[in-house]
Design a protein around this ligand. Sequence first.
Ligand code: HEC
Ligand code: HEC
Ligand code: HEC
Ligand code: HEC
Ligand code: HEC
Length: 420
Amino acid sequence: MNAMNGTWTGWRRLLGGLAVAMSLTGCGREASPDTDAFLAQHWQEPMAPQGAPPGHFSALEASLHPEACGQCHTAQYADWHASLHSRTMGPGLRWQLALMDQAQGNRCLRCHAPLAEQKALVARELGWPNAPAQAPPAYVAPDLAHQGLVCAACHVRGHQRFGPPPRQGGVPDSPHDGFVVSHAFEDSRFCAHCHQFPDDGPRIAGKLQEDTYRQWLASPYAQDGPDRQTCQTCHMPDRRHQWRGIHDPDMTRQAIAVELALDRLDDTHYRARARVRNRGAGHHFPTYMVPKVELVFYRKGADGGVHELGRQLIGWQVDTQITREIADTRIPAGATREFAQAFEASGQDWRLELVVNVSPGEHYERIFRDSLNRADTFPAGAVVLLRQALAEVEGKRYELMRASVDAGAALTAGEIGIAK
Ligand code: HEC
Ligand code: HEC
Ligand code: HEC
Ligand code: HEC
Ligand code: HEC
């Protein structure tokens, strides 16, 4: 935030580099065809303040607040508001910001609240040194930072709107001086700014902590042809702004196919096998170390007795200090992984059951619980947020699916493999 110069409009960047490459095509002006160059400018770090809005803009056109955009773009606003991109400044981030200095905090804000105006608001709220002294101007609503990854962070630079090619031709007389068209919005690289660490980013066991774009690039979905699917085609179908992912049970069900099989080793020894195929995620399932998918195996007797046989995890398990890999059982796009569970049982009057549970924020659950144990050193405000964050993340667990095999019926039908 060394760039604010203590004012809201200071250090104003005109879109000089881009303007040269723009040509007029209806109301949407085509930006540079070079997606990498466009994105380097668009996601420049630190991001420049928007500067003073053009004099002829109404207060509504000038406002950076998502509710202002939502006055006209009602569908995008409704989707975004229900999406996780509107929650990137939740208590899980804010209790940590309260313990950080400005340089550390701004590193998180690059992805969680990227606008210069949002960083300035956070600096004022937390009493960081390099914050504007005056109250924000009208186009910067006081709660803009708490709105998270706002529309303007992806679409507005220097008060100019940027967007994908319009669906059908240009729209004459559109407000906010129209918009600049860039195919970069339809490109997976657009998302990489926040969903991919650079090559020199932090690694565990040699693997980048955030590697979603590269995982996609290595997947069948990145290859040219009829099967090509970008981040947008899967996460923004029909350009919807929902960004459904592992927090959404229906989306996650599309990601995997699970087959359950039973092997008899001898009269009393069996082995359950769950074969999990990543059939619908365009990257590892799951892509980050944060979520965990748990397979719980049960034997259910005819008498109603339920015996848990064991649990196995799909995910990248890392210690809470983020220094050491515990296990990595993620499933790359298109690949299958088998999870076997041996057990003992007598007779055949029982069923094998598999329950698949999802903890979308498992890694944070552990970090937050560990942190609560040393919370006596934290400011009181941070502790309140930390408790709230832990409750929120625990509340996001859900059951994804179940499968079962009836031992007696499977034996009779010869469906139980006899293991060698
Ligand atoms: C007063 C109404 C109004 C407001 C306020 C408004 N817009 Fe627009 N915007 C339009 C209209 C009309 C168009 C052209 C038709 C369309 O694409 O919906 C447009 C076009 C766009 C486009 C180009 C869409 C494309 O096809 O590429 C983007 C992006 C955009 N607006 C973003 C925003 C953002 C972000 C905000 C808030 C910071 C905002 N707009 C505020 C009315 C508005
Ligand atoms: C490169 C972009 C990037 C940076 C930098 C970044 N994050 Fe995140 N953060 C993400 C993404 C993407 C997710 C979603 C992870 C998922 O869904 O598995 C996330 C999720 C989170 C969550 C869980 C969701 C929530 O809101 O409770 C917390 C907490 C969090 N980040 C804290 C931080 C902190 C603290 C920093 C700075 C030390 C930071 N992040 C830096 C991209 C980033
Ligand atoms: C994380 C970045 C991001 C955020 C936040 C975001 N958008 Fe978008 N928006 C996109 C991308 C990417 C596309 C193009 C998707 C595609 O082409 O498949 C798009 C497309 C659009 C379009 C064109 C839609 C169409 O049907 O042609 C409009 C209008 C728009 N966004 C407005 C908004 C508004 C308003 C908000 C806030 C409520 C918002 N966007 C938030 C990334 C974002
Ligand atoms: C400016 C940074 C930024 C950009 C750009 C961005 N994201 Fe995100 N995204 C985040 C953060 C931070 C989160 C975590 C939200 C949370 O959990 O609090 C997130 C969450 C998500 C999730 C929800 C995952 C879940 O856990 O359920 C999906 C899906 C997603 N992003 C897809 C995309 C796609 C597709 C694009 C490109 C069109 C994109 N993102 C662009 C920062 C970004
Ligand atoms: C073929 C469809 C498809 C493509 C392409 C795709 N995703 Fe996903 N994505 C999914 C599905 C399904 C899930 C839910 C299961 C999961 O978490 O893996 C998901 C989950 C996620 C999550 C949730 C966090 C996590 O740990 O899994 C994020 C973030 C995400 N995707 C971002 C992206 C980004 C960024 C791209 C482009 C580089 C992308 N996705 C490409 C289908 C896709």
